[in-house]
Design a protein around this ligand. Structure first.
Ligand code: SF4
Ligand code: MG
Length: 284
């Protein structure tokens, strides 16, 4: 089933033209036409515009991969770091300068493959960062090898007989690791992507967005249409304070739910650091 009717394309184009995000746009994105990452980038522009984050206070840190190019396309400070190491770099920036808005962007390979050891500790420590994981279930920049989120049986240059490992689910991982804001979006849903990235940045603590963001060139198995066939919004009555229910819904593959699964307000890592600093400044 295809969702790209001519009218929907025209509507989206008109919305893009009406957008007031010029202040945050930098170099023209170099992704392939149709890449899902355009929606995530636009969502970040819109969030910065809605929250009026001055570019001088805005930092985007990325790892390696097609999503690693994000910092080049956004006005603000940016760091295109080592593969899988965006979270520790961003953590250092945020702890040193807590007033900055720090966003981490990376792909599935970068986030739950090479950098998979950093994600749990950022979540459980409740670092005050927003982490957008753009998941296309493939290594796109290196021309199409299976990634940690590729489905079983998927063939690629490195798996000619089919992937024999089960895929990871970044949304359930974030919930299990103790993240205090967990959402899943789909690059087809431009407004939802913008809205949830905005809320994630507003959240005080570790906010995680798992964006289903198809690679239209190298992944012919996990595509807009394959996700479109099983995509559904979270039930309206879903209680975002219920982590175990969120986990059950996030684990579903038919449908694959999108929306805000979980949110919890507890002190962030910054708050604890401030407390320690205040204690040290007390007269003996
Ligand atoms: Fe996007 Fe895939 Fe092209 Fe990379 S190779 S820019 S992920 S479509
Ligand atoms: Mg990828």
């Amino acid at each position: 089933m295809s969702f790209l009717s001519k009218q929907s394309v025209i509507d989206e184009l008109n919305k893009a033209k009406a957008s007031k995000t010029k202040e945050w746009r930098d170099n023209l994105p170099t992704w392939c036409p149709g890449c899902g990452h355009f929606t995530g980038l636009h969502g970040l522009y819109e969030a910065a515009e809605k929250l009026k984050i001055p570019p001088k206070d805005f930092v985007v840190v990325s790892g390696i991969g097609c999503s690693g190019r994000f910092p080049f396309f956004i006005k603000g400070f940016g760091l295109h770091g080592l593969h899988g190491r965006a979270i520790p770099i961003a953590t250092g920036i945020k702890v040193a300068s807590p007033d900055l808005t720090v966003v981490v962007v990376g792909g599935d390979g970068d986030g739950v493959g090479i950098g998979g050891g950093h994600f749990p500790h950022a979540a459980r420590s409740n670092f005050n960062l927003t982490y957008i994981l753009l998941d296309n279930s493939i290594y796109g920049l290196t021309k199409g090898q299976i990634s940690p989120t590729s489905p079983m049986g998927m063939k690629s240059g490195t798996s000619p007989y089919g992937n024999i490992a089960r895929p990871l689910n970044p949304t359930t991982l974030a919930l299990a690791y103790g993240a205090t804001f967990v959402a899943r979006t789909f690059s087809r849903e431009r407004d939802m992507v913008s809205e949830l990235i905005t809320k994630a940045i507003q959240h005080k603590g570790f906010s995680f967005i798992h964006d289903l963001s198809p690679c239209v060139v190298f992944n012919k198995v996990v595509t807009y249409n394959s996700w479109n066939d099983v995509a559904a919004k979270l039930p309206e009555e879903h209680d975002i304070l219920n982590r175990s229910r969120a986990m059950m819904l996030a684990d579903s593959t038919e449908p694959i739910y999108q929306g805000l699964f979980f949110r919890e307000e507890i002190p962030s890592f910054d708050d604890h650091v401030q407390k320690v600093k205040d204690g040290l400044n007390q007269p003996a």
